[in-house]
Design a protein. Structure first.
Length: 265
């Protein structure tokens, strides 16, 4: 009787709602059906999250990214199904945009297909949480990120305006980006400058223009956008893009448009 009452009490106790920012990881095994309208040179937009899910910006940023592809004269396909990482399914695409795709969201077989895609010249545009520390696969860390995410300001300093400094103004990705530029964002910090691992930094954030916090300060070199010139395909990572409003900033839209155009060749 006591056990029964205890069980009834458990059933009647309100259970904590699941955190929408931390969905249960899902392994995709059934591939999505690609639309027949896809043309060669298409853009694949992937926002699968087996780690932290940026529920605030992903719906809007996916729409913005599809619009950028359309403005560039390219068809696109948006999915959260990692089984799209398959040699045959990747054939129509010239660039993959990892839109805050987090966690180890690919199986080893899917990751191998992605590796082959890059090895044969496919481009990658990785955004925000696509570079956080939930990614553990050595190839991904070395090829896409080149460093380790260590955190970002929290509390009242979570979203701050800061000065983005263009380090490579002649690079096509930086074309038309003004100086000064003071966007509001969630500013990621990293364990080391990815330039020490062969990356080329295109833009950094000036730590004197915001409050990174003692433990997150990187000093004079705080990279925020970089490319991997070692990869066969064109790979770019931007740590920016936490808020939906980021994707309405005309300067960030220009940077994303430049990045997709450059990565897709």
């Amino acid at each position: 009787m006591i056990r029964l009452l205890a069980m009834l009490g458990t059933l009647m106790t309100p259970q904590a709602a699941p955190n929408p920012h931390l969905p249960k990881p899902v392994v995709d095994t059934t591939a999505p059906t690609l639309p027949p309208t896809l043309k060669p040179g298409s853009v694949l937009i992937v926002s699968k999250t087996n780690g932290w899910r940026h529920i605030e910006h992903i719906p809007h940023s996916n729409e913005v990214l599809a619009g950028i592809a359309r403005d560039l004269g390219r068809t696109s396909f948006t999915t959260e199904n990692a089984a799209v990482f398959d040699d045959a399914l990747l054939k129509p695409f010239s660039v993959v945009v990892l839109n805050s795709a987090s966690g180890d969201f690919m199986t080893p077989t899917q990751r191998a297909a992605f590796e082959r895609f890059v090895a044969r010249g496919g481009g990658v545009v990785a955004l925000h949480a696509a570079g956080d520390d939930s990614h553990k696969a050595p190839w991904y860390v070395d090829t896409i990120i080149g460093t380790t995410f260590t955190g970002h300001p929290g509390g009242p300093d979570h979203i701050q305006p800061a000065r983005v400094v263009v380090k490579q103004p002649a690079h096509p990705v930086m074309a038309g980006i003004p100086q000064p530029w003071m966007p509001k964002d969630e500013w990621y910090s990293f364990s080391h400058d990815p330039a020490t691992r062969g990356m080329t930094v295109l833009a950094s954030v000036d730590e004197a223009s915001y409050r990174p916090g003692e433990k997150l300060a990187m000093g004079a070199s705080h990279p925020i956008v970089w490319i991997n010139p070692r990869a066969r395909g064109r790979v770019i990572y931007s740590a920016m893009g936490h808020t939906p409003e980021s994707y309405d900033d005309p300067h960030y839209r220009r940077l994303l448009t430049n990045a997709v155009r450059w990565a897709a060749r």
